[in-house]
Write a protein that binds this ligand. Structure first.
Ligand code: PHE
Length: 357
């Protein structure tokens, strides 16, 4: 009995947590525990022995039970003390001012443009920024010797010496997403693809990384007229004016035929831009009817389907709409600039609620 007492009282004193305590309780005073086994032996004893041993065993059982209860509450107290120690908080400290973050103009404009085209039934598509040169060039009807490859000042990814696989590039435009979307979804298709693009260029209106949004609409009988309507509608919504005037200027892109660059009628008065009036024209995007070769690269039969594509510079749009003069400042992470030009994170652009406020 004394051995049992020391064994369990020591073990209870040393128990580290509640589950260890529960194990001990079962082992000692549970239905099949050691004390219960001892109690069963009472039956084999003489009445005199039983009179001595019975109360002793009961006393031992009580003693173990109260040791268990005491230890349990000690463990709970220790746990609470530990929580109080680690979750300590000085509520008398003065509060610190909360610096509110803001939404970058590029994110804001991406959101605005996406919202407008989503309303016209365009879904968002994506592609990688490190792109296979097939998607960035070949599939878009830009063969290896084509001058566009150098005109675009392409960044090539490093290749180990002797590696003969086709190179990867930092995509120079969002047009490769046209191919990926066509291969994934087939025709008919209506997607826009916003994202980062890269060219080795740096001055007031060029940074080596900038943003474009690609548009692609393929169906049985889509024409330049549909393109024109979409873009006019887009400009009206984006610049939040009733009247816009676009000028389609014949141009050349290997992936569209015919191709057009699109200018927006505007005026500059005292350094502020007004859209829809005046005598100036501002180039805002490149566009055209998707070249049959490009449709074929995308697994689409050009005898059955046709459509338009366009590529808009997002940063350019942000500069125009919000009167931001220098593109390079977009990517300087200067907090003063971000606070000045940033947007509230709580005002998400919506067509019903207003794009910008
Ligand atoms: N990818 C072209 C560029 O970056 C823009 C463009 C896209 C032109 C789609 C026509 C059609 O300049």
């Amino acid at each position: 009995m004394d051995d049992l007492r020391t064994k369990y009282l020591d073990a209870i004193a040393g128990a580290g947590d509640e589950s260890a305590l529960e194990d001990l309780r079962l082992q000692a005073v549970g239905k099949k525990g050691e004390v219960a086994l001892k109690m069963r032996e009472l039956g084999k004893m003489t009445p005199e022995e039983r009179q001595v041993m019975g109360p002793k065993l009961n006393a031992l059982k009580d003693e173990i039970n109260s040791a268990l209860a005491a230890k349990k509450s000690a463990l709970a107290d220790a746990a609470l003390d530990e929580r109080l120690r680690t979750e300590w908080l000085d509520v008398t400290l003065p509060s610190r001012p909360v610096r509110q973050g803001s939404v970058h103009p590029v994110s804001q404009v991406t959101e605005e443009v996406t919202t407008i085209f989503a309303d016209m039934g365009f879904a968002v598509a994506e592609g990688p920024q490190v792109e296979d040169d097939w998607y960035n060039f070949d599939a878009l009807n830009i063969p290896a010797e084509h001058p566009t490859r150098t005109e675009m000042d392409t960044f090539y990814m490093h290749r180990a010496e002797g590696d003969v696989r086709p190179p990867h590039v930092l995509r120079t435009h969002t047009s490769p997403v046209q191919i990926r979307a066509m291969l994934e979804q087939g025709a008919p298709i209506r997607v826009i693809a916003p994202g980062r693009v890269y060219r080795a260029d740096y001055d007031q209106t060029h940074t080596p990384m900038f943003h474009q949004i690609e548009g692609l609409a393929i169906d049985r009988d889509i024409s330049m007229a549909n393109l024109k309507w979409c873009l006019e509608e887009f400009c009206r919504a984006f610049f939040e004016v009733d009247k816009v005037e676009l000028r389609f200027r014949a141009s050349h892109f290997p992936f569209t035929e015919p191709s057009a660059e699109v200018d927006l009628r505007c005026s500059w008065q005292d350094g502020t831009l007004k859209v829809g009036e005046g005598d100036d024209w501002m180039e805002i995007l490149g566009s055209g009817m998707v070249h049959p070769h490009v449709l074929r690269s995308g697994g689409i039969d050009p005898d059955q389907w046709q459509g338009f594509a366009f590529g808009i510079g997002i940063d350019r749009l942000a500069m125009l709409k919000y009167g931001i003069p220098d593109l390079r400042a977009f990517f300087d992470s200067d907090l003063r600039w971000l606070r000045h030009y940033g947007f509230s994170a709580l005002d998400m652009p919506s067509l019903a609620g207003g794009l910008s406020r």
